[in-house]
Design a protein around this ligand. Structure first.
Ligand code: HEM
Length: 84
């Protein structure tokens, strides 16, 4: 999902300190920084699965395009974004 997913585009060291999200594109879309420990702590796996399936705000939903297994794999991928 590295190149097709807005939340996992390569981190940009400059933006990391300047903006709440870690990429300019994420910031432009009002996306969360999913690597933040605080966001990770406040989000349950079912919250994340819900976001992937339904697509909050400007985010597209993936309920019809990704299988249940793929959506669960993405929940794990989002968890793996966590930084200390
Ligand atoms: C398949 C890859 C993706 C994953 C795993 C993913 C995951 C997530 C998750 C877990 C959230 C919830 C954040 C929260 O609860 O605060 C979120 C929010 C968001 N995502 Fe994605 N996302 C993906 C693709 C995209 C794409 C392609 C876009 C835009 C084109 C996008 C735009 C957004 C935006 C704007 C939000 C914030 C929505 C709001 O609260 O208003 N995401 N994403």
């Amino acid at each position: 999902m590295a190149s097709s997913c807005i939340v996992s585009t390569a981190p940009n060291a400059t933006l990391q300190t300047a903006a709440p999200t870690n990429t300019l594109r994420g910031w432009l879309y009002f996306a969360q920084n999913l690597s933040k420990a605080k966001w990770q702590d406040n989000s349950s796996d079912s919250d994340i699965l819900d976001a992937i399936a339904k697509g909050p705000g400007a985010m597209p939903g993936y309920a019809d395009t990704l299988s249940a297994t793929e959506q669960l794999a993405l929940v794990k991928a989002v968890r793996d974004l966590r930084k200390p």
